[in-house]
Design a protein around this ligand. Structure first.
Ligand SMILES: NC(=O)c1ccc[n+]([C@@H]2O[C@H](COP(=O)([O-])OP(=O)(O)OC[C@H]3O[C@@H](n4cnc5c(N)ncnc54)[C@H](O)[C@@H]3O)[C@@H](O)[C@H]2O)c1
Length: 679
């Protein structure tokens, strides 16, 4: 794996300028090329305007905008991309234009440069074959607006090399994209079911099943989205919908071909008129049609091996902002209803056949099972990926059970010397699923939380004590349970965006998966209390300085760091260490003589007044009971053997989750600042 130091983008239009902007936002130098200086300036102007809006909405500081812009080189000189690691084409959707461009890029670019197309309607292989480097050619299909929409379909064609795919996925990660790997097939994954969604709306209108406002409402209800199909077409352009449906129809048959009324509307050059009242009596029939079409097509594309069920759902949720993916909807409405809705579509359109996986699942009469944890064994390393990027890989019962199974498989494999845990997408693991806790508390099922946490502890102890070397790849944000998973590993490889934090006491609970325990064994109880009580983040650099991170490397050097760790002797994460100067004042403040004073709102004698004031203010936002319980747990755990110490923190779970503050804190997440009552 080599580093991504520079990316080229060809075309400074809607997509090209957005792609270049996102790459620069994430810290990577980018060259944006267009045919004429005025087009380059237009692209740069769009980027400046969007960044300025970001400043107004407090997403960026003005100085950040200057830095981002300084990373973008807008030019008409194609030679400026000659040494780029990847060049992404985003020019007109015209076969000849793209073919000529790729031939030219093939001549100009270094042999190691990967060429990528953002085409929506052509096969990736068609352009790859026009170059001398089909193995270093890939599809990167972005979604509008590419600086805001996180989804990226990564499309290897039959001759894309594994190294090219790996580097493309690294590039995706480095510019903040959630990648799904999709086969080089018409419409790739998302447009394959999204375009028929639009088309079916037009067909229902044509058949006079209902009027526009009613069909529009049905589309919104079917997928819990803010804009229905007609409004979406008005916003993105009816010609784009016609063009996309025509391409799908040509490749896949009449079921996908555009409805005549859609083409007529395009010819009229008018938007759909959305005015009018919804006819409630007709909504359900339209919802069923939408379900039949979209769920049926989603199942068909999985049948054909275009994408996995999890990635298809991810595509819908991240790319289209559906609340649930097609397969999650199937599980929710049940297999019988799903099958019935798709069967009605098969009857209506004879060239659309019932997908085999639906046939099978219907026969089984069971919901689909999703896989959120992937295991890949490469030589002597097992890579375990928590793959739920749409929820920042949060831990819930299913994820923990799958993690347990995958780890057992990796441990049982004699070839494996090291097991690496990593998160898909930008984050490592953003803690436990808060919704799960809230639901259990409300249902009076706190013992389920205790049992779930116990299973988590057992898994973390196995990870900590494994004979294989267990490594956390902390290459993004981690919170709570995610940081605790990392701390349980025998080694941590961090990259600069990696971080840890313990926000629990701020939401009414305490870190319950051994985070305080393991931090205390590494840094001493006082600093463990500081991090757990204040929620102060630990950056990758701090983690290294504190000796929590075994290595701090650039993303491209992760593979080498893993190899070097598994070929050396096992690191001892609980070795004695010196605490860096900048943390010593915190350790003093949270030491045995002062922490109780601090928690009761008093100032420890001799402490730095400014620091104490700041810390006291932070603690003022936390749940007092959670703080007191956490304090007591750390004290009681000191000096105990590991398993007994684990029992200490398991022993208080029922008490903490029974507090009113726990329910208040957990329910407030993402909504408002909680108000703790100390009860
Ligand atoms: N708009 C979307 O929602 C969307 C989504 C995914 C993919 N795409 C694909 O992205 C591509 C670009 O779409 P867009 O909406 O940004 O188009 P656009 O018309 O806004 O921009 C295209 C830009 O490419 C430039 N260009 C044309 N030929 C060129 C060449 N030979 N060399 C350099 N620059 C050249 C043009 O001057 C223009 O600035 C298309 O292939 C499209 O299918 C679009």
């Amino acid at each position: 794996m080599s580093q991504i130091k520079k990316i080229g983008v060809i075309g400074g239009g809607n997509m090209g300028s957005g792609i270049a902007q996102k790459i620069a936002q994430e810290g990577i130098p980018v060259v944006m090329v267009d045919l004429k200086e005025e087009f380059v300036q237009r692209g740069l102007g769009t980027i400046r305007r969007l960044l300025q809006e970001g400043v107004e909405r407090k997403i960026f500081k003005p100085e950040q905008v200057d830095q981002i812009l300084s990373r973008i080189n807008g030019t008409t000189d194609f030679k400026a991309v000659a040494d780029a690691d990847i060049v992404i084409e985003a020019v007109f959707e015209d076969k000849q234009v793209k073919t000529d461009l790729f031939k030219k890029l093939d001549q100009i670019c270094s042999p190691r440069t990967i060429l990528a197309t953002n085409t929506s309607s052509f096969f990736v292989r068609e352009f790859a074959e026009m170059t001398s480097r089909p193995d270093r050619f890939v599809g990167l299909h972005y979604f509008y607006h590419p600086a805001k929409n996180r989804l990226l379909e990564v499309i290897p064609h039959s001759r894309t090399s594994p190294g090219t795919l790996e580097k493309s996925l690294l590039a995706a990660k480095l510019h903040g994209k959630t990648a799904i790997v999709v086969k080089d097939a018409p419409g790739f994954a998302v447009n394959r079911f999204f375009v028929p969604f639009l088309n079916e709306a037009a067909r229902m209108l044509e058949e006079k099943i209902a009027d526009i406002p009613t069909i529009e409402e049905a589309g919104k209800r079917a997928f819990k989205i803010g804009m229905g199909p007609f409004q979406l077409m008005n916003v993105t352009g009816i010609p784009i919908a016609v063009h996309a449906a025509t391409t799908l129809g040509n490749e896949l048959g009449p079921f996908y071909a555009p409805a005549p009324i859609l083409k007529a509307q395009m010819k009229k050059k008018q938007n759909w008129n959305l005015e009018g009242a919804v006819d409630e009596t007709k909504v359900q029939a339209a919802v069923d049609r939408f379900h039949g079409v979209c769920l049926g097509v989603a199942a068909a594309l999985v049948d054909e091996g275009v994408a996995s069920i999890e990635d298809t759902d991810r595509g819908a949720k991240i790319g289209l902002r559906w609340v649930m993916g097609p397969f999650e909807i199937m599980n929710k409405i049940g297999m019988a209803r799903t099958y019935g809705a798709v069967q009605a579509i098969c009857r209506r359109y004879p060239d659309f056949k019932m997908p085999a996986i639906l046939e099978k699942q219907h026969r089984l009469g069971k919901p689909f099972e999703f896989s959120f944890v992937d295991l890949e064994i490469k030589n002597d390393v097992a890579w375990i990926t928590l793959n739920r990027p749409e929820a920042m890989n949060a831990l819930n019962e299913t994820v923990v059970a799958q993690l347990d199974r995958r780890f057992a498989e990796a441990e049982a494999d004699a070839r494996v010397r090291g097991v690496v845990f990593r998160g898909a997408g930008k984050a490592f693991v953003a803690g436990a699923d808060i919704r799960y806790f809230v639901e259990k508390i409300k249902a009076g099922r706190i013992p389920d939380i205790v049992a779930f946490t116990r299973r988590g502890h057992e898994l973390l102890l196995r990870i900590e004590e494994s004979r294989k070397l267990t490594i956390a790849l902390l290459d993004g944000l981690s919170l709570g349970g995610g940081s605790e998973l990392a701390l349980a590993c025998q080694a941590i490889i961090a990259t600069p965006p990696g971080s840890m934090a313990f926000p629990e006491t701020g939401i009414g609970i305490y870190p319950g998966l051994g985070g305080m325990l393991r931090l205390a064994r590494q840094l001493g109880p006082a600093l463990a209390k500081y991090f757990a009580f204040t929620g102060a983040p630990i950056s990758a650099a701090d983690a290294q300085a504190l000796g929590i991170a075994t290595r701090l490397v650039e993303p491209a050097a992760v593979g080498a760091a893993v190899q070097s760790l598994i070929s050396g002797s096992k690191p001892d994460k609980y070795r004695a260490r010196d605490i860096p100067q900048k943390f010593r004042a915190f350790a003093d403040l949270f030491g045995p003589g002062s922490v109780n004073l601090l928690l009761s709102g008093r100032s420890p004698a001799g402490a730095n007044a400014e620091l104490t004031g700041k810390v006291a203010k932070t603690l003022g936002y936390k749940a007092p009971l959670a703080l007191r319980m956490a304090n007591e747990i750390v004290d009681r755990q000191t000096g105990l053997p590991m398993r007994e110490a684990v029992e200490v923190e398991l022993g208080r779970l029922k008490d903490i989750f029974s507090t009113a503050d726990a329910l208040e804190g957990l329910s407030s997440v993402g909504r408002r600042r909680p108000e703790f009552k100390g009860a």
